[in-house]
Design a protein around this ligand. Sequence first.
Ligand code: SAM
Length: 278
Amino acid sequence: MNSRSKKPGNSRQVDGHVARKRFGQNFLTDESVIRGIVTAFGPVPGQNVVEIGPGLGALTRELLAALGRLQVVEVDRDLAAALPLRLLNEGELVVHQADALKFDFRTLARGPHDLRIIGNLPYNISTPILFHLLAQADAIADMTFMLQKEVVERMTAAPGCGDYGRLSVMLQVRCEVEWLLDVPPEAFSPPPKVDSAVVRLRPHATPRYNCVDEKRLQHLLTSAFNMRRKTLRNALKGQGSPEQIEAAGIDLGLRPEEVDVATWVRLSNLLGPEGHHE
Ligand code: SAM
């Protein structure tokens, strides 16, 4: 190997490309894991699939083979430029060289709930991307992401479990959230320092919970889960009157992590924007 082609530290050359740490580039190299993810995703010809961060094309190649046509959004100019050459004659590939955090995915949709999104996302931007996409949920059928396992644990957590918190509630209010599979660090090059998991989010086509104001819900969850060991009575002190909250059938003796999604929504609807009841 040319000594200048391999950078020291965490950078590593993969398939002729020096992995860029700032773009969270850990490339999937394990063929059985790649096939497992694509099988769990379940591409069907005719579906409008968009891959975020195709990188060197590990998932892209399998997806193209199954679909015949695929759109991708890749921020790295070098990778975006090289991808069509890597996948020459493998199908119709449409490359959008752009930052997915700023990309308007609605422009790719042919109608409501049309887009199927898939991505092995950089871990440092996974939460902002989730919320950026949720703001466009009317265009999205489902989203399948490889994320840090710890984040997937929080996303899928049920009430009563230690991982249940703000992220669980904010996502489960909007989507069906389903854990698909685990992926070990050895499946990537360079290997990340953490375990990974693949999760599917399916935005509810009609709202399952009647949440009047999601910002208010977010604010309420942030303040309550900052005191997750306290009971609601203490964690919500100064927010609404205890009598009114109890009259609505909400048990103030519960700790935040014991409160289910439907009850958080009721509580947030009951309390005003500043935590005063309406
Ligand atoms: N999908 C490939 C795989 O599984 O091997 C690459 C996965 S790698 C973890 C993340 C990919 O997302 C890289 O190709 C990186 O350049 C790209 N990426 C990072 N930030 C991005 C952003 N804001 N918008 C679009 N792509 C991004």
